[in-house]
Design a protein around this ligand. Structure first.
Ligand code: MV4
Length: 497
């Protein structure tokens, strides 16, 4: 393996390019018409144009990606996350073309992609799954009996699903038939497969996932990531470890995740998602057969470079993680910085990043896909960057993240920076009193009432900007109600000019 084509864009493409270089590998970028001058193109050793901005004709086109690999003499393809990362057919096509797929075998992707099959295989491997019937037959009597035996509320899920599409909560028998029907038609539309199944609905769980890594000999786990801070199935903040996981629970969940990976012949980096409850129970949900967005928090607390390990394993080498027990050290947090402004209903915003200042300092990591001067379009995911911090303890990590968020300046597009700042100083979050519904209960964190004080400071800043004949920098001047007001900083810096 000498030259790796990265079938992706943005921050993950850059992350993989760095790992390739450290492994002594050349990196080939691919780019759509919208990404001609994107950072991942500038960082790679070569770059190949693969088509127009529309993902279906560029980053999702197996044909064009294989042609790019052939044209550039690449001998391996890393899919990153999203796009084609979890398409078994892509992994197969890569191997059929005589190239190395930097990821799991196609058979493992396929086994985990069908949720009912995964459920059955996990159950057989001794991995705890959510109680409930298996795939309900199309007769209502069977479905009603399955729901009755697990107890209401139950959840209807799409077999081909994931990410929350085609899910329904049912609280009474009378609602079961219409829910099954809606779920079936939603699943058919979203996945081209109308198979659904039932599970007991787990109330107020946390979403905790276990990182696994497997080479040709060994399968190990690298502890958990706490991913409960999400909105509409989009994660916003992740941490490692989880305040809700004891050393004992980590070993139990880790053991289950390793068993899950072994049951499907897994290789490379992968993640088992679990729901956990306050009483220490945990239930396997699904396995993500890719490197994930939030992999850096695990890297920070375990001192392991997961993308380099993926490359080593793909080359047929042994992973370099220690043979003994892997121990988490300290605390890591990640905030996903998106071009979605909570104050504007989380609508993605587009435009040129006229100024970007990244935080830096001890324990700070900035994984970004954009820089000053880059154009943010609506063609792709709205995640611009990830701010990751490490510190010895959770309170110190929270403080470090707050400071990092204060240093961060992104002007030209609206971002969710203010949301992250409010979250870091929220007492309930600081006490780690979280579950997957946390943000639903906290509209105040999503879009706060602007404080009168902030409005006065805005007026001062705006008047000063006006007097100097300049535009006010909207992204900097976003009210977030945090203790150190961005308005105050702005007014002060304007006054000192
Ligand atoms: C559940 C659940 C409660 N009970 N299953 C959502 C995405 C999909 N991967 C599984 N999901 C859920 N399955 C049972 N039996 C609640 C969710 C869920 C969820 C899970 C993880 C992270 C965020 C979530 C948000 C809403 C619902």
């Amino acid at each position: 393996m000498k030259r790796v084509l990265i079938a992706n864009r943005g921050e993950i493409a850059l992350r993989i390019i760095r790992a390739c270089h450290e492994e002594g590998l050349e990196a080939v970028a691919v780019y759509s018409a919208a990404d001609r001058t994107a950072p991942h193109v500038r960082a790679a050793d070569r770059a190949v144009a693969i088509g127009p901005a529309a993902p279906s004709q560029s980053y999702l086109s197996i044909e064009r990606l294989l042609a790019a690999a052939s044209d550039s003499g690449a001998d391996a393809i890393h899919p990153g996350y999203g796009f084609l990362a979890e398409r078994a057919a892509f992994a197969e096509a890569v191997e059929r073309a005589g190239l190395i797929f930097v990821g799991p075998p196609a058979s493992a992707i396929r086994a985990m992609g069908d949720k009912t099959e995964a459920r059955a295989r996990m159950s057989a491997a001794g991995v705890p799954i959510v109680p409930g019937g298996s795939a309900p037959s199309r007769d209502m009597a069977g479905a009603l009996a399955a729901a009755e035996s697990s107890g209401y509320p139950v959840m209807v899920k799409a077999a081909a699903g994931g990410g929350g599409k085609g899910m329904r909560v049912v609280t009474t028998p009378a609602d079961l038939e219409p829910a099954l029907q809606t779920a079936r038609s939603e699943a058919l539309k979203a996945f081209g497969d109308d198979n659904v199944y039932l599970e007991k609905f787990i109330e107020r769980p946390r979403h905790i996932e276990i990182q696994v890594l497997a080479d040709h000999q060994r399968t190990v786990h690298l502890g958990e990531r706490e991913c409960s801070i999400q909105r509409r199935h989009q994660k916003l903040v992740e941490e490692a470890p989880s305040a809700a996981v004891s050393t004992e629970l980590r070993e139990k969940m880790g053991g289950a995740a390793v068993a899950a990976a072994r049951a499907v012949g897994y290789r490379s980096a992968g993640t088992c998602e679990f729901l956990t409850t306050a009483d220490g129970a945990f239930y396997f949900l699904e396995m993500n057969t890719r490197i994930q967005v939030e992999h850096p928090v695990t890297e920070m607390v375990y001192g392991v470079d997961l993308v380099r390990e993926q490359l080593r394993i793909a080359r047929g080498e042994a992973m370099q993680v220690p043979q003994g027990k892997l121990q988490p050290r300290g605390w890591a947090l990640e905030c996903r910085i998106t071009s979605e402004d909570p104050a504007n209903g989380f609508l993605p915003s587009a435009g040129r990043i006229v100024y970007l200042r990244a935080p830096s300092g001890p324990g700070i990591r900035w994984d970004a896909g954009v820089d000053t001067g880059d154009e943010v379009t609506l063609h792709y995911d709205s995640m611009l960057a990830k701010l990751i911090v490490w510190a010895p303890t959770r309170p110190e990590a929270l403080t470090r993240m707050s400071e990092g968020l204060s240093e961060l300046v992104i002007a030209g597009v609206g971002t969710n920076q203010g949301f992250h700042r409010r979250l870091m100083s929220d007492p309930a979050f600081q006490r780690a009193e979280i579950d997957i519904q946390f943000l639903e209960r906290r509209p105040d964190l999503i879009a706060p009432e602007p404080e009168l004080q902030s409005i006065r400071e805005l007026a001062v800043a705006a008047a000063l900007a006006e007097a100097e004949g300049r535009q006010s920098r909207h992204a900097v001047l976003s009210p977030d109600g945090s203790s150190t007001s961005e308005w105050a900083r702005q007014a002060r810096s304007e006054a000192l000019r």
